[in-house]
Design a protein around this ligand. Structure first.
Ligand SMILES: NC(=O)C1=CN([C@@H]2O[C@H](COP(=O)(O)OP(=O)(O)OC[C@H]3O[C@@H](n4cnc5c(N)ncnc54)[C@H](OP(=O)(O)O)[C@@H]3O)[C@@H](O)[C@H]2O)C=CC1
Ligand SMILES: CC(=O)C(=O)O
Ligand SMILES: [Mg+2]
Length: 637
């Protein structure tokens, strides 16, 4: 043992390491001093030490020293890696098995039948892998491609392909992205956030992986969603890629299949609940807001048990929003205004619609509440507005007799109807709704019979199967037009093609919160607002429909084309900032001055702050290293 230590310490001092570094080496061996080591009762195995001056991400990007998920906890601690890797450490044997699997089978080991039935094809997965590889190599080029090919690539980096990528994350994993916090990091998070290499962070998207799209609990694998959302922040909203931070909070997973996967990199324990859960989330919020107090924090894909309570917990203290509850709601309202315009009706006709909504979760109830709010703006009382909705979950129609109703569901539980648990199709038959909205994440529940009823009751039935990914949508566009005789006004959560009905081309629109969250967050950030309010969301929603060109309205599109996504985000940001100003939340004095000069000036101000992916000239930070360009300029070259 003494010999090992002497060789080790000699090596370290040859490398110029200080006394404290040598001391920490001794501690790694489990001894406090040489004398201590000499009295060790056993001879430990000889081992090799590598010395690196790098820390944190630099180690992970150094192929000589990077061990990926195999860095043990103590080493993560020593080298500033904590939070930069998935919480579960794999052994080299596990890493070898995964690498050999890929060596023999490429990516084809993922069951093709599972891919196709999920609405994701091999073409999607090939393109996803290609874009991942590019993003790892050259982010500027990656984002340039994304901005210029947004309509083609959004379905690859986002829904539906991102659903496949999350479900298979433990198999596809190559390198970490963003930060990982876990239940084992309690009382450490405030220091862990300093391992992130960037001092400026403008936007953070966080999930606890508990309800990933309609795919359920995917634990740490869910990080793919914040990554995909932040890719959209950059491409669609103009955030700088160096100032966005995707995060996952791992409190365990109740997905037993995943827990039994040898390569799963999260905590293999059931989810924390109750106070223990909230302690972890509180600590995370305090830690990230402590280091980056100006950042906008977006909660994403938290299950119903926690989504609404967490929003209420933080929304009055920080610039936070829940995308599934609020972003989706603003998107739906925007699309419904678009649907009124397509049907040749004024916006106020929204107050005349009757809705049957399938799914009473975070998204479903968020959507219902915001449509009701806009109906109130058009003159209905809150009670009249509530009476326009019939909400159905897996037990059937929600009535006031139902036990244990949540606060946000209660106002929309039917008080006047005694048929508890009435089946969805029976509700549709009785209520004769003008619009169907699907946010159940349970697949094809807008059956041919339901769609035929909608066609029977309405000249232009509004059909919005908003669940994701494609496999969880309530119906496809083809089914909607087939059974509604080509008369449906259609918008779905995941992208769908236009379809032909006879000689008529029926237009598909995508009712996805990506229309709202990038611009909303940019507006809130530039406003320096300390809250995201209902007024800001409503303003964002109302802007959407005003952006649909007459030609696209005449084709039946209820949202402006994604081809102009940057322009849409810019307008959403403008509307958000003006609403912030109305509510006394525009705290950025430069923006106040621009707004005083007029909308066009504020618009230009936002535009100026939007990142454009192009190469910039790089300069060395070290002033002692002469910059050849500067020297050449001095010499008159
Ligand atoms: N297009 C978009 O922009 C967005 C789409 N979504 C999608 O919406 C879906 C739901 O998300 P979210 O609200 O957060 O999820 P939640 O888990 O919070 O809610 C799901 C709701 O659907 C109900 N439900 C489940 N199965 C059935 C069924 N067979 N019949 C009727 N109701 C059912 C659930 O009822 P119970 O609780 O009783 O089981 C619950 O009320 C997901 O697919 C998600 O991808 C979400 C956000 C944005
Ligand atoms: C789009 C989205 O946020 C979801 O499906 O959860
Ligand atoms: Mg979501």
């Amino acid at each position: 043992m003494t010999g090992v230590i002497q060789r080790g310490t000699a090596l370290l001092s040859r490398q110029g390491l200080s006394e404290p570094a040598i001391g920490s080496f001794l501690r790694v061996l489990g001894c406090r001093s040489y004398a201590d080591a000499a009295s060790f009762p056993y001879e430990p195995k000889e081992f090799e030490i590598s010395v690196t001056r790098n820390r944190g991400v630099d180690i992970l990007h150094d192929p000589v020293y990077n061990k990926g998920t195999a860095h043990p906890l103590i080493e993560r601690e020593r080298l500033g890696l904590r939070g930069l890797l998935p919480p579960g450490a794999l052994t080299m044997a596990q890493q070898k098995a995964r690498a050999m699997h890929r060596y023999w089978h490429g990516e084809d080991y993922i069951d093709p039948s599972q891919i196709e039935s999920g609405g994701v094809t091999h073409e999607h997965t090939r393109k996803w892998l290609c874009l991942q590889e590019l993003q790892d190599r050259n982010e500027t080029l990656f984002y340039r491609l994304l901005v210029e090919n947004f309509v083609e690539m959004a379905p690859i980096i986002y829904t539906p392909t991102v659903g496949w990528a999350c479900a298979n994350h433990h198999k596809l994993y190559r390198r970490p992205r963003g930060m990982y916090f876990s239940a084992n990091d309690r009382r450490e998070m405030a220091s862990m956030v300093w391992n992130w290499p960037h001092d400026q962070v403008d936007a953070i998207v966080v999930t606890d992986g508990s309800r990933i799209l309609g795919l359920g609990d995917l634990g740490t694998n869910g990080l793919g969603i914040p990554v995909g959302k932040l890719d959209l922040y950059v491409a669609a909203g103009g955030f700088h890629p160096g100032r966005v931070l995707p995060c996952v909070i791992d409190v365990g997973t109740n997905n037993e299949l995943l827990r039994n996967e040898p390569w799963y990199m999260g905590l293999k324990q059931p989810r924390l609940r109750g106070d223990a859960y909230y302690e972890v989330i509180d600590e995370f919020v305090t830690a990230v807001m402590g280091r980056w107090p100006k950042a906008v924090l977006q909660f994403e894909d938290f299950n119903i048990e926690h989504a609404a309570p967490l929003l209420q917990r933080y929304r009055h203290h920080h610039c936070v929003f829940n995308d599934d509850v609020q972003g989706t709601a603003a998107t739906a309202v925007g699309g419904l205004y678009g649907a009124m315009a397509v049907a040749g009706k004024p916006a106020s006709a929204l107050a005349d619609q009757r809705f049957v909504v399938l799914g009473a979760g975070s998204a479903g109830m968020g959507v219902v509440s915001m449509i009701a709010l806009s109906m109130v703006k058009h003159g209905l009382s809150p009670e009249e507005a509530s009476s326009r909705f019939h909400v159905v979950d897996h037990k059937g129609l929600i009535t006031a007799q139902r036990d244990g109703l949540e606060d946000h569901v209660r106002p929309f539980a039917r008080k006047d109807e005694s048929i508890e648990a009435e089946a969805f199709i029976d509700v549709v038959r009785r209520v004769k709704p003008t619009a169907l909205i699907g946010l159940a994440g349970a697949g094809r529940l807008f059956t041919p019979d339901v769609l035929k009823l909608m066609a029977q009751y309405n000249e232009r039935p509004i059909i919005m199967p908003m669940s994701n990914p494609t496999s969880r949508m309530e119906c496809t566009h083809e089914e909607a037009q087939l059974h509604c005789e080509g008369r449906a006004i259609f918008a779905s959560g995941s992208p769908q093609e236009d379809v032909q009905f006879g000689d008529k081309t029926c237009a598909a629109s995508q009712a996805n919160n990506m229309y709202i969250f990038p611009g909303l967050a940019m507006g809130a950030l530039l406003a320096r607002s300390n809250a995201v309010t209902d007024g800001m969301l409503m303003a964002a929603a109302e802007t959407l429909a005003t952006m649909i060109p007459a030609k696209e309205l005449s084709e039946g599109r209820v949202y402006p084309s994604m081809h102009q996504i940057r322009d849409i985000s810019l307008s959403v940001a403008l509307a958000t900032m003006k609403a912030a100003a109305d509510e006394g939340l525009l705290h950025n004095s430069n923006a106040v001055k621009e707004l005083a000069r007029g909308d066009a000036y504020l618009r230009r101000y936002i535009h100026k702050h939007m990142y454009v992916p192009q190469y910039t000239t790089l300069m060395p930070l070290d002033p002692h290293q002469p910059d050849p360009t500067a020297a050449a300029l001095r010499n008159g070259a």
